[in-house]
Write a protein that binds this ligand. Structure first.
Ligand SMILES: Nc1ncnc2c1ncn2[C@@H]1O[C@H](COP(=O)(O)OP(=O)(O)OP(=O)(O)O)[C@@H](O)[C@H]1O
Ligand SMILES: [Mg+2]
Length: 343
């Protein structure tokens, strides 16, 4: 599939998954890739910027004010900002003619009091701000670095909850607008991230169904992050391989070490492939694999490598499979769909 067409499928990509599987890293890689196709991309961190500055080679963190993160030779760029409920409330009050009291209200912690009385208000403020940015065309694409799964489901279902609870008024309007946004695959899709291990894969499968059933949001392809590239001939005899390669004969001790290393790697690859196959059979969504980067802490150069891997994986995607997912999401309307149609 064409990469730009992929990036233009939805205006908002929500990157979600279990804690520590690489959501922020995938957010950075996808944003960079989209910018490399010439698009303007806004990366949104929730609560804080986390590792995002480092992933774009910046030394300082960023907050509510938008900062430039990356400029592509293709003309696209990435900017970043953090959206917190307090800042979103401040903006909301200011936009509604309350700028004189807004700052004071927010600084007195009024939101904490209100949030106790109205669950979901924090989430709706943040999602309302995201909706406003999307509607205002703040960028061609918004990439949201979502919180870890349990929290992410709550984050995205909050609008449904408020819609049920609020009879009228601005809160209900805001919640209805957010629900509309989440239900429209041209505006919003979730990209779930996992690593090829048992627990994260289980959690991803469960979350995928919850996102479709409880939130009614379209599921994009699944990213399987930190995959070991498969090495051929791991079971071959090292002594024989040395002979074939024409290098001096191996000492028995060296050969034994190489055999042990190959066995370790083969076992790791077997676990990985088993989990990927399980994911494919339980959740028939297209899959994008990203390689394990062995360089320690990931930085901007690794993000470039991951963006290139993402480009290759997207190019290999079947566009029809994806448009099928979009159509299914569209016809599911207010939720009730089943992830991959196979629950
Ligand atoms: N492809 C990869 N290869 C190697 N290490 C990776 C890869 N992707 C992410 N990491 C590393 O894994 C760790 C977690 O990544 P990241 O911060 O992106 O995950 P996260 O899902 O955003 O975590 P959290 O839930 O804490 O926000 C980081 O140390 C990161 O450098
Ligand atoms: Mg993160």
């Amino acid at each position: 599939m064409d990469v730009e067409a992929f990036c233009r499928q939805s205006r908002i990509f929500v990157i979600a998954g279990k804690g520590g599987v690489g959501k922020t890293t995938v957010t950075a890689a996808l944003a960079r890739l989209a910018a490399d196709t010439g698009l303007d991309v806004l990366v949104v961190g929730l609560d804080d910027a986390g590792a995002l500055p480092v992933l774009f080679g910046r030394e300082t963190a960023f907050g509510y004010d938008e900062v430039p993160l990356y400029e592509s030779r293709a003309g696209g760029r990435v900017t970043g900002r953090v959206i917190t409920p307090d800042d979103a409330l401040l903006d909301y009050l200011t936009d509604h003619g309350l700028q004189r009291v807004a700052r004071r209200l927010v600084s007195t912690g009024v939101l904490d009091v209100v949030a106790t009385a109205i669950p979901g208000i924090r989430e709706i403020l943040v999602l309302g701000k995201v909706k406003q940015l999307e509607r205002a065309g703040a960028a061609d694409v918004l990439v949201l670095d979502a919180p870890a799964t349990g929290h992410a489901v709550r984050f995205l279902t909050s609008a449904n909850g408020l819609l049920d609870a609020a009879r009228g008024g601005p809160l209900r309007t805001q919640a209805a607008d957010v629900v509309d946004m989440l239900h429209d695959p041209e505006r919003c899709q979730v990209v779930l991230v996992t690593i090829p291990e048992e627990t994260p894969v289980n959690e991803l499968i469960e979350t995928a169904y919850r996102f479709e059933d409880e939130v009614g949001i379209m599921l994009g392809p699944v990213v399987v992050n930190s995959c070991y590239p498969l090495i051929a001939h791991l079971g071959a005899d090292p002594a024989l391989l040395a002979q074939v390669a024409g290098v001096p004969p191996l000492e028995e001790r060296e050969a034994a070490r190489l055999r042990a290393a190959a066995a370790f790697r083969a076992a790791r690859e077997a676990v990985q492939e088993e989990q990927v196959h399980r994911l494919e059979s339980d959740l028939p969504l297209p899959e994008l694999r990203l390689p394990y980067m062995s360089s320690g802490e990931i930085g901007a150069e690794d993000v470039a490598v991951l963006a290139a891997a993402l480009r290759e994986a997207i190019t290999a995607l079947d566009a029809e499979e994806l448009s099928f997912a979009a159509n299914r999401a569209r016809s599911a309307g207010t939720g009730g769909g089943t992830a991959g149609g196979g629950a």
